[in-house]
Design a binder for this molecule. Sequence first.
Ligand SMILES: [Zn+2]
Length: 82
Amino acid sequence: MEREPALADLQVELSGVRDEGGHSFCANKYWYVRVAPRVAELVGAQCGRDDPLLRAPEAYTLAYEVLYRLLPNCRNCVCVPW
Ligand SMILES: [Zn+2]
């Protein structure tokens, strides 16, 4: 986050995500549709940054681990039986 402040912005944003009710909520769908493409632009092997630390695959994994857990749990979606 020191090297890429946009990750801190994402942390704030995802902290505010709520399961709004309705039929179901899927954290995985939310992540892969709405968050993963943005994280992949910032860090990881696909990001094309000059900073080798940001470009490391581990940087994406770390961002995933920190950010994903901020999302509400899956509820009543296809993931739940797993
Ligand atoms: Zn799910």
